[in-house]
Every structure is written in structure tokens, then in C-alpha cells.
Design a protein around this ligand. Structure first.
Ligand code: ATP
Ligand code: MG
Length: 208
């Protein structure tokens, strides 16, 4: 039986219990206001990209749900269900120590991606799932890209920072600080160049 889990801006997520296992169907429904041919092309590109990048990310050591199958006509991906909670929801209930630990791991995983030349594209706290063992998983790779430049990595860090700001104004500094500890750990010397580019992007955004 399929049960609708969420209705996102881009997709509908169903949870399916079958063959003694739980998985997720991520379906990108038609957008009535777009010309069908353009809509189809866009969705095919996002679906293919997500499928490929979930696997590329895993090969870099980032926990991501395994893709089980893909239906290109229906723009649907079946993947493992990660039984856990969005980082976004944990922010208000976790202790500061736990929150620091989780954000550090989030930053470390973004660093692993960047070190492998990959950007996530939408690194928000709703795209981070924490499971029962406190393992941190990244999802939602429809905007991820390979062969990333310093500018692209800078944008990723900028988006992560923005996500912390919009999630919790009073915890944003703690979250950012911890994420950057993890990020620096995996990116080593390359981190500083990306972080100063992220600051530059932030200034550009504010004054233009
Ligand atoms: N494999 C999964 N396991 C568990 N939960 C998932 C999984 N995939 C998606 N979800 C849940 O569904 C939500 C939306 O999924 P996802 O972020 O992939 O789609 P989206 O359309 O990009 O959503 P949004 O526009 O809200 O970011 C996630 O934040 C998460 O709570
Ligand atoms: Mg999402």
C-alpha cells in the first residue's frame, strides 16, 4: 500500500510497504502552467540527475538512500526509506551538544561531496535525515552537479548558511560554526578558498 508522505514544491513522496521492506517513491507530477515538452524535459533531467547523483554521493562516502528503480516516463524514482527525522525538526528539540554534533556531521558530508567535486545544490536542513542511530543521511539530489567550481561550492555553503538562518535565528551561529568545523575537516586547505567565496557571494546578494 502506498501512503503519501509529503507534498513538496517539486514532488510528491509516497511511502510504500512491499516485499517486507519500506521504500519511497519520489514522483514529479506535471506542472500545468509549463508547456508539456519543456516540463517533460526538465523533469527527465532532474529525475536522471537525482538518480545518478545519489549513487555518486554514496561512492564518495556520503550516506544516501539506494536507488531501487527509476520510471523515466512517470518521472518517478524508487529508493530506500530512511527511517528518521529531518534535521530541521530536530533543531528545537535536540540539546545544544547534540545539535552541534549533527551539524558538524552535516558539514563533514558536504565537505566530502565538495572534495569529490560535487555540489548538493539544495543543502537545507529538510534535506538532512537523522536516523534512530543518529546517523546523518543526505537526500534530494535533483539539483546536484559534478565537476563543481569554487564558485559552485561557495554557493552551496551560502545556501547552507541561509538555511540555518531561516530555520532558527537564535541557533544559526551554533549551527554554522559546527557545520564549518566538519567542513574544514574534510576539505582541509581547500576549505578557506570556498568559505571566502561564500562570504563574497553573501555580500554580493546583499548589496546588489
Ligand atoms: N528516502 C527517503 N527516506 C525518508 N524520507 C524521505 C526520503 N525521501 C524524501 N523523504 C521525505 O520527503 C521530503 C521531501 O523529499 P525531497 O526533499 O526529496 O523532495 P522535494 O520535492 O525536493 O521536497 P522539497 O521541495 O520540500 O525540498 C524530505 O524532506 C523527507 O522528509
Ligand atoms: Mg527537499
Amino acid at each position: 500500500m502506498a501512503e503519501q508522505l509529503t507534498l513538496g514544491a517539486e514532488s510528491i513522496i509516497f511511502r510504500l510497504d512491499q516485499w517486507d521492506r519500506e521504500f519511497i517513491l519520489k514522483h514529479r507530477p506535471p506542472k500545468p502552467y509549463l508547456l508539456k515538452a519543456i516540463d517533460d524535459l526538465l523533469k527527465l533531467s532532474r529525475t536522471n540527475r537525482e538518480c545518478k547523483m545519489l549513487t555518486v554521493a554514496r561512492s564518495l562516502g556520503v550516506p544516501t538512500p539506494a536507488v531501487l528503480w527509476i520510471d523515466r516516463k512517470q518521472h518517478t524514482i524508487a529508493m530506500d526509506f530512511i527511517n528518521g527525522t529531518q534535521l530541521k525538526q530536530l533543531v528545537s528539540e535536540a540539546s545544544e551538544r547534540k545539535l552541534r554534533e549533527l551539524c558538524e556531521e552535516f558539514g563533514r558530508l558536504i565537505g566530502l561531496l565538495h572534495d569529490g567535486g560535487v555540489v548538493h545544490g539544495d543543502p537545507t536542513t529538510s534535506n538532512v535525515i537523522v536516523d534512530k542511530q543518529s546517523k546523518v543521511w543526505l537526500i534530494d539530489f535533483g539539483l546536484a552537479e559534478m565537476n563543481a567550481t569554487v564558485e559552485m561550492k561557495g554557493v552551496d555553503i551560502h545556501l547552507m548558511r541561509r538555511a540555518f538562518e531561516t530555520t532558527h535565528w537564535d541557533l544559526e551561529d551554533t549551527m554554522l560554526e559546527s557545520a564549518l568545523v566538519g567542513y574544514r575537516r574534510t576539505m582541509r586547505e581547500e576549505a578557506e578558498e570556498v568559505l571566502s567565496r561564500a562570504n563574497e557571494i553573501r555580500t554580493r546578494g546583499r548589496y546588489h
